[in-house]
Design a protein around this ligand. Structure first.
Ligand SMILES: Cc1cc2nc3c(=O)[nH]c(=O)nc-3n(C[C@H](O)[C@H](O)[C@H](O)COP(=O)(O)O)c2cc1C
Length: 411
């Protein structure tokens, strides 16, 4: 039997928040990716979930105290720290975050944290009032400045039944962040403090009360651009047409349906933005009139739709003097690069992402993409075929490179 040992070891510190039960799923999913998982628990965490559950899921003994080590001569926190490729605290209580920020080492998990040299991820989970408290916010800032990745928290239903910020990120998002960090290291936060607007998805142009004209855009490329920008430190607004996707955590979402709604939401937010990324597949035309009642087959033998052009958001933004850095997407079926180069100049964009459409496994509607990124300074880079999250990393790298060459980088 092929028994290749796991390449990576993740140490998970489970602290005393109600969300501890969800971390069982994190362990399971990491093991599905052939990652070895060691679990340390605080005393408070063991009141909420039994260590036996984590031992069974991880396949290893769980340590809950500095003083229960069966091999004290090896000093478990030192041994674990040495073999650890990534240290993740989930859920991270307000109390544990404070200990991390202040270097307190009074139990196994907090002592281990100080011994670890590997990247550290923290998934806070607490009531909204606790999360908003200046003490917690200051401690999280301290951790961020130290290079710790703070994941979320999300906004939603809390253990108390209240609704607000403080909800631990979903296990799938924590696992995603762990995998990304293991693969490419902690993201460099070169967009820290920047305001980024990303548009995504299709638009719906109404024909009658129940029918719309739309396109095959799934929104995945735009959501990946927004997700990646947030990881790079930006404050992100995602203006999205109708999609079946869960919005990335930590971004402000503005949901729209029509091209006109997309235009007004984007133009308004772009006034405050440093960078606008126009990934959305916005309808170029919309019915001049919307039928008040459902159109019936029996009304006429055939149906003619009178379409009028919609607002050209990209061109509108390109005309703004001193406007944000502008990244356009050009979906083309023919003469891809030539058309994209034309659009780059016509719409006065800084960068244009040329996106071939019509290939079933790639581009619009698919989970993978292959693009050419062109910029105003003759820059050209080909990316993919690759998953859209990977493509988005490449596009943001191209934006960074362009800003440097254009002399407008401040990172
Ligand atoms: C039922 C229950 C649920 C709790 N949930 C949370 C929580 O979600 N987040 C948090 O910061 N504290 C929570 N606490 C409080 C912590 O468990 C408490 O501050 C504890 O001292 C944290 O210890 P630790 O950080 O060592 O795990 C909860 C307490 C109880 C009794």
């Amino acid at each position: 039997m092929d028994e290749t040992p796991p390449v990576h070891t993740v140490v998970l510190a489970v602290t005393g928040g109600i969300a501890a039960y969800k971390v069982c799923e994190v362990v399971r999913r990491l093991r599905d990716h052939d990652i070895a998982v060691r679990v340390a628990m605080t005393r408070a965490a063991t009141q909420l979930v039994g260590p036996t559950t984590f031992a069974a899921l991880s396949g290893h003994r769980v340590i809950t105290s500095l003083w229960e080590d069966p091999h004290p001569q090896q000093i478990a926190h030192v041994r674990w720290a040495e073999s650890c490729d990534l240290f993740c605290v989930a859920p991270a209580t307000a109390g544990f975050i404070a200990k991390m920020a202040h270097g307190i080492a009074d139990d196994f998990a907090s002592t281990l944290h100080l011994a670890v040299a590997a990247p550290v991820l923290v998934a806070p989970a607490m009531e909204d009032d606790m999360f908003r408290s200046p003490a917690v916010q200051r401690n999280l800032d301290t951790l961020r400045r130290r290079g710790v990745q703070v994941l979320g928290p999300g906004t939603g239903a809390l253990a108390s039944g209240r609704h607000g910020p403080g909800r631990m990120l979903e296990p799938c998002h924590i696992v995603e962040a762990v995998l990304r960090t293991l693969e490419s290291g902690p993201p460099q936060r070169w967009l820290e403090g920047k305001r980024v607007v990303v548009t995504a998805g299709p638009t719906w142009e109404a024909i009658d009360p129940i029918r719309v004209l739309t396109n095959r855009s799934s929104g995945r490329m735009g959501y990946a651009m927004a997700d990646c920008a947030r990881d790079l430190g930006a404050k992100v607004v995602l203006v999205t047409g109708p999609t079946a996707l869960m919005p990335p955590w930590g971004v402000v979402v503005a949901s729209v349906e029509t091209a006109e709604q997309m235009a007004s939401a984007t133009l308004e937010r772009a006034a405050e933005a440093d960078i606008v990324v126009m990934t959305a597949a916005v309808a170029d035309f919309t019915p001049g009139e919307v039928a008040a009642d459902k159109l019936k087959k029996s009304d006429a033998g055939s149906l003619r739709l009178d379409l009028v052009p919609t607002t050209d958001i990209l061109a509108e933004l390109g005309r703004r003097e001193g406007g944000p850095l502008l990244v356009g997407f050009a979906a083309e079926t023919r003469a891809l690069e030539e058309s994209a180069r034309g659009k780059l100049a016509d719409k006065r964009c800084d960068l244009m992402v040329a996106n071939r459409v019509g290939e079933p496994e790639l581009g619009i509607g698919a989970s993978r993409n292959a693009v050419i990124v062109l910029d105003r300074l003759e820059g050209r880079v080909e990316l993919g075929p690759a998953p859209k999250r990977q493509i988005s990393t490449g596009i943001w790298n191209a934006v960074r490179d362009y800003r440097r060459r254009a002399g407008i980088a401040d990172d």
